[in-house]
Design a protein around this ligand. Structure first.
Ligand code: GLC
Length: 454
């Protein structure tokens, strides 16, 4: 082994000796023969090299740092057009957006396993409203309180800021907010002579009648698949029946109360009466949106991004829709689910300052204005709901603000992921008829209490 290594070394020594000897001989011969071209070539190479140093390495001696972030593929494509401007304004930072699957749970799992394995490749964490307590409790995020003045924090919606706090420290800066809304077909309601519904009962009646007497195949679509979107949709129905999931102040679980069981019964009734297809237990936001855009449903529960998609030029329902706050039972108020996405800095990054620059840019008013105009996402800064440019494009944003001011939060507890998992499992059992709403909710409540150590 040692012998062959020594032989290899000797061979390479001879090779390099002869090569350099002949190369230099040929090069000098060539140089003398073609002096003019050689000088021209060398000069061009020098100029190109200095351009590279001047423009590619923004501050001489400063290395370019890559900041990695993971988000769903759709949103990655919506961020991408802003990356060149961010990089131009922040020389020395290369923002690398990694595309993940288009579902919040799957993205959460990818971040979680990266942190559990240690040495996460992500410098920033793009978080759903419900992740911050878990990620902060696990020590995966850096506190951000000292980085942002209180006056600036006050410009964001309080619900979005609260979602980023854990044990009195702030770990997430909101980039965009979100809130569940009820969409309806203005043309079909007008033809049937209906006003938009206020109560669950009105919604059911109008949906059933128009399903019967209009081209729409279905009355009401919502997200029924076993995933986070099911919990988000359910808290709205729960609120509309005066119920609650977990009261964080007292840790009380409300899932087996009569109002919660009524909420489940409303959902099962939509399937049993046929205004909602049985297949709803496989639908996420995306499937329900596609059906709605194809003109197949009178009503749809979804987030505000639907507005732009459904009003695109090639959409068969463009100009034929409106949105309103979720319906409720006569004695109670409605509530849209508070959603949204924000940025936190990973505790393992070597580039905290650069990561913070990304947060500053992508949470700024200027960025959010452009982002909202191009996507119909919801801003996290209060001023933008009445921004003239935004209101000119989306007349309903002032109303979104009042829905957000009364939005329902999913419980901000560190065990949220497991709590949501329990709820999703038992809701699925009830929606598919495997358990009665009563049995499902009693089991869900008991398991949630065990989770919370009660
Ligand atoms: C939206 C919301 C998010 C929610 C998710 C559920 O992305 O912004 O808060 O968890 O939908 O699918």
């Amino acid at each position: 082994m040692k012998n062959s290594f020594t032989r290899l070394k000797t061979l390479s020594k001879y090779l390099s000796k002869y090569l350099s000897k002949y190369l230099s001989k040929y090069l000098s011969k060539y140089f003398c023969k073609y002096k003019f071209y050689s000088i021209l070539g060398l000069g061009t190479a020098l100029v190109m090299l200095s351009f590279k140093f001047l423009f590619a390495l923004p501050a001489y001696g400063q290395e370019t740092v890559t900041i990695n972030i993971l988000m769903n593929a759709l949103e990655a494509s919506q961020w991408q057009p802003f990356v060149p401007q961010f990089e131009a304004e922040n020389p020395g930072i290369d923002l690398n957006i990694i595309e993940g699957p288009n579902a919040t749970n799957l993205i959460e799992d990818l971040y979680t396993s990266a942190f559990l394995l240690g040495d996460s490749p992500y410098d920033l964490v793009y978080m759903d409203t419900v992740w911050a307590p878990k990620f902060a409790a696990a020590g995966w995020l850096q506190p951000l309180d000292d980085r942002i003045p209180k006056a600036e924090l006050n410009q964001f919606l309080p619900g979005d800021i609260e979602a980023g706090r854990y044990q009195d420290q702030l770990y997430r800066i909101p980039v965009r907010s979100d809130v569940g809304m009820l969409y309806y077909r203005t043309d079909l309601l007008a033809e049937g002579g209906y006003n938009p519904p206020e109560t669950f009962e009105e919604l059911q009646t109008i949906a059933a009648n128009l399903q019967e007497n209009s081209p729409a195949d279905w009355g009401y679509l919502w997200q029924g698949k076993q995933y986070e979107g099911l919990s988000a949709m359910f808290v709205e129905v729960l609120k509309g029946y005066g119920g609650f999931w977990i009261d964080p102040a007292t840790n009380t679980v409300g899932l087996d109360r009569a109002n919660a069981i009524d909420a489940v019964k409303f959902l099962t009734a939509t399937i049993d009466t046929g205004i909602t297809p049985k297949g709803v237990t496989t639908y996420t936001e995306n499937e329900t949106l596609r059906f709605f855009i194809n003109g197949e449903s009178v009503f749809l529960r979804n987030w505000p991004y639907v507005w732009r998609e459904a009003n695109k030029d090639d959409s068969p329902i463009a100009g034929k829709i409106a949105l309103k706050p979720m319906v409720h039972a006569p004695k109670y108020n409605s509530g849209g689910c508070q959603g949204g996405w924000g940025l936190g800095i990973s505790s393992t990054t070597a580039y905290t300052e650069e990561a913070w620059k990304v947060i500053q840019y992508f949470s700024s008013e200027e960025f959010q204005r452009q982002f909202v105009l191009s996507t119909s996402y919801v801003p996290s800064r209060r001023s933008l709901f009445t921004d003239p440019q935004i209101v000119a494009e989306y007349g309903h944003y002032p109303e979104l603000l009042s829905v957000l001011d009364n939005a329902v939060l999913r419980p901000p507890v560190a065990q949220y992921a497991q709590a949501s998992d329990i709820l999703q499992r038992y809701l699925t059992a009830a929606l598919s008829g495997r358990l009665t709403p009563e049995d499902a909710m009693q089991s869900a409540a008991a398991e949630t209490r065990r989770l919370l150590g009660q």
